[in-house]
Design a protein around this ligand. Structure first.
Ligand SMILES: [Zn+2]
Length: 465
């Protein structure tokens, strides 16, 4: 078996790993490189292999940095199956369609300002072609045959709905090689998805290290902070704006507000608005896979309580629905994209509230450099909104504990669930984070650890049984 790294090597985006086994080639993920500019130039670089030679893609989950280059792969000749869990398939369809729209808009915007703009990386048609490749949906734990002597198993990664770690095993006579790709791993303490469930042992583990050098604030502390912030803001007659990404974080907040609503926390006449068609569609997918949820949500479901929809919540699908939110006079929580204020419907709400000292703007996710979100988090006194310089009076807060990503403690706990592998390959992390994680890995007995370079290829010798 041979494994090569064509993305997420010493960085956090563009996950793409090539496995050669049983005389065939397989990809684990084919994600987009994301940076200051989502259309990072790296996505236009050659893939590093011939897409026509790939027999199948095993997709760990629906985040864009894991699935975002699939339409490009298909456009360049890949014609095999994309194998994923049913929830990943449904969410990937939403994520890729949104990506195609953004690519198109970005390209049109560029055309207005410069000549010789390359065509968008891919179009909606390429996304439809890609979705046709999702013929085979797998369940966690199900063994799938990839080639004679080669099989794969998907295991729950506890990161987002449908997320998986993937183990590939090649057997020839009495020799065997087994490699496990962690995918992105989930954080603990959230009462949302089931925890990760890796296989008992693997020879080689390819592991994400996004937060390998640090620990998050606890989920319980973060929800308590948000709760008092909402109470204070409503108390002084303001609104709470929460810029969110459509997938996972939104559903997690909806579930939290659902619980608070059942507890009678919200004052009479207050409302929650979800102003994002993509988030509404993603929430529909979550409703379809209720069996994936853990603890508290299962409790609600058993009492026939919908975890994501309730009377106090208004879904704004159309732009008219969105505009009507302005007419609401009571205290409100407004959830809308984009998560880093790089566009989207939230911009209109920010425009209205930026000068209102009674309202609060709450960030619950990472704010990339160069974004309006980052400027506001960093304390800018004036910012530009729709081309106009505006003074910032809205109360600002950053709450860190809502990450869907494992922190260092969670990553070590994941390692403890398995036998010590012969080799660990660290990926999907900045160098500082990987180095930080490598230093603590001896705590769980993992001693053979390397950090592959982009394009590096490793032969994995079989083990005699
Ligand atoms: Zn992810």
């Amino acid at each position: 078996m041979r494994v090569s790294f064509h993305g997420a090597a010493r960085c956090v985006t563009g996950s793409c790993h090539l496995v050669e086994a049983g005389g065939r080639k397989f990809l684990v993920d084919c994600g987009m490189f994301q940076g200051r500019d989502d259309m990072a130039q790296e996505n236009r670089h050659p893939l590093g292999f011939d897409p026509r030679e790939i027999s199948a893609v095993l997709l760990t989950h629906a985040h864009l940095d894991h699935c975002g280059r699939l339409p490009l792969l298909v456009k360049e000749g890949f014609n095999g199956p994309v194998i994923a869990t049913p929830a990943t398939r449904d969410l990937t369809s939403i994520v890729l369609m949104d990506a195609a729209h953004i690519l198109q808009e970005h390209s049109e915007h560029q055309e207005r300002h410069q000549e010789h703009v390359p065509p968008p990386l891919y179009s909606l048609v390429d996304v439809f072609d890609t979705m046709r490749c999702f013929q085979k949906a797998v369940r966690y734990g199900e063994k799938i045959s990839l080639a004679p002597g080669v099989e794969a198993v998907f295991r729950d990664a506890g990161h987002i709905l449908g997320s998986a770690s993937v183990q590939i095993t090649e057997t020839a006579g009495n020799a065997r090689t087994r490699i496990l790709f962690s995918g992105d791993l989930g954080s603990s303490g959230r009462s949302f998805l089931r925890p990760s469930d890796p296989p008992a042992d693997s020879d080689v583990v390819v592991m994400e290290t996004t937060y390998g050098d640090r620990n998050h604030r606890s989920y319980a502390d973060s929800t308590a902070e948000l709760r008092s912030l909402v109470a204070e803001t409503f108390g002084r007659g303001g609104n709470v704006l929460i810029p969110t990404f459509a997938l996972e974080r939104t559903q997690e907040l909806l579930f939290l507000f659902r619980k608070w609503d059942l507890e009678g926390f919200f004052p009479e006449g207050s409302r929650i608005f979800l102003d994002s068609p993509m988030a509404i569609r993603s929430t529909d997918v979550f409703e379809r896979y209720a069996e994936a949820f853990d603890g508290e949500i299962q409790d609600l479901l058993s009492r026939h309580v919908d975890p994501f929809h309730f009377d106090r919540l208004t879904l704004a699908r159309s732009s008219d629905d969105s505009r009507r939110i302005n007419e609401f006079r009571g205290p409100a929580i407004i959830l809308a994209g984009s998560g880093m204020l790089s566009g989207g419907r939230m911009m209109y709400h920010i425009e209205r509230e930026i000068g209102n000292a009674r309202s609060s703007l709450v960030f619950v996710g990472y704010q990339g450099e160069g974004t309006l979100g980052r400027e506001l988090v960093d304390g800018a006194q004036t910012v530009k909104i729709f081309g106009q310089e505006r003074e910032v009076h809205v109360n600002r807060a950053m709450i860190n504990g809502f990450s869907a990503h494992a922190d260092q403690k969670d990553l070590l706990d994941w390692c403890r669930k398995m036998a010590v592998p012969e080799l660990a390959l660290l990926v999907h992390g900045e160098e500082r984070s990987m180095e930080g994680f490598r230093k603590v890995l001896p705590q769980v007995g993992w001693s053979h650890v390397t950090m592959p370079e982009m394009g590096e290829s490793l032969f994995l010798p079989p083990r005699t049984l």
